[in-house]
Design a protein around this ligand. Sequence first.
Ligand SMILES: NC(=O)c1ccc[n+]([C@@H]2O[C@H](COP(=O)([O-])OP(=O)(O)OC[C@H]3O[C@@H](n4cnc5c(N)ncnc54)[C@H](O)[C@@H]3O)[C@@H](O)[C@H]2O)c1
Length: 479
Amino acid sequence: MTIVTRPSRVVSLLGGSITPPVNPCTHGTPRMVNPWTGEPGTAGRAVVVGAGKMGLPLAVQFARHGWTVTAVDVNPNVVASINEGRSHVAEEPGLAEAVAEVHAVGRLSATTDAAAATREADVVVLIVPVMLDDAQQPDYRYMDSAVDSISGGVHSGVTIIFETTLPVGDTRGRFAPRLEAATGLQAETDFFVAFSPERLFSGAVFANLATYPKLVGGIGPESGRRAANFYDSVLDAEIVAMSCSEAAEFSKIADTTYRDVNIALANDFARYADRVGVDIQEVIEGANSQPYSHIHQPGIGVGGHCIPVYPHLLLSRAPDLEVVAVARRTNDAQVGVAIKALEGLLGGLDDVPILVLGLTYRETVKELAYSRALPLIERLSFHGAEVAAYDPLLSIAEIERCCAGPYQWGQPARFRAIVTQTADNLWESIDFSLFPELEVILDGRNSLREIDLPPNVRYMGIGVQAATRRRPDYAPAGK
Ligand SMILES: NC(=O)c1ccc[n+]([C@@H]2O[C@H](COP(=O)([O-])OP(=O)(O)OC[C@H]3O[C@@H](n4cnc5c(N)ncnc54)[C@H](O)[C@@H]3O)[C@@H](O)[C@H]2O)c1
């Protein structure tokens, strides 16, 4: 692939979706060099710090393109499983086979010793989480300690790349100086520092790696060049060499904040759809048939450690961005809106047995970070409800840790309401004969709008009502 200065191969409409092309792998066998200096057609030694849901697939991707890769993690169990050729990330399609494959040919190993791995490396990619603290400010504890842990091995010629989403300016303003102070070396002269956002979607990581343009921005021209050339050697997608690390940092925050704001607007529209008695999904489909409209789906809230977090990384630097702040509050308020509606339908929640289905932030991904199920359970319990829960990805102990009683799928029970928090396909096979006292189903992701319900069970979606959930089939005249 070539390196370009702006994405050239995606068809984009203002506000509309894009379909990135799938790129075949055109890399030949690279020439191993030591040290690696960014020459096309060569490979060296890479380190990935943070071998989690994103870091491990990245390590595999680099190894499959001829790099010798060391995964670094603070968790000794993660390190041990990689060194046995096993993936500890169960849900990512293709990852288990890929880890076994690159481990077997000696191109992937793991260690807890970040400094030793960095000492031998040409490129170090950091992908450990940056979360939020209680005041919604960036919590750097993992990243600061990851940066400190590599600093003993940072040497002349090494390229350090941050893939974790960061507030704009952190690569240049926080982490490059931290490395300079620890090593006595000069960034952009002795060693190189760049930012390249990780934009992958759990469950489709390898497909995304072959399609999504890879944005790269250095703290200076040589940092940018080396980082772009590194990705060009390991990815089949187009590499977009941006003007600076700040542009690359901001692109990731802009993309994800846009989605949060878009969902907040969809949630607002859903409230209005309820008021005027129309189906929000019909409205969105209609609106989005105009190519400049790309309204997302409403729901019971936004979870995961990306979309609810990154707007706060922006607000931590620019608290005056009102639309961003209002959108965040709107999405977080969805749980309260749903509970209020449920309270109205059931005439109060005191002692009402309620089943919550789906605790992870989204179906098929075992991740509870910022899952809206957690405040949902907490607030239902606060209002006096007896909350039980089920999630096919969680054990009984894990469900209990979410402060809900465990429900076993397929068992009869006395629930008066069911609330779905994920759109798992499994919910479509609910056997309602198990729940003779069921009165309400609150469809938090509008995924059950087509199912048959017993006559005594009321349906409520998000901007979709019992009366609107099934549209009449219009047949063209004369048919
Ligand atoms: N998960 C996603 O869907 C996703 C998507 C796009 C981008 N991202 C970005 O990737 C980052 C990481 O996400 P993830 O899902 O891979 O996280 P994860 O929790 O699955 O993995 C993080 C790994 O880092 C390790 N770790 C923590 N501190 C460390 C340290 N100091 N040194 C070495 N290892 C350390 C942990 O043990 C863990 O194995 C996110 O913060 C985000 O910026 C994630």
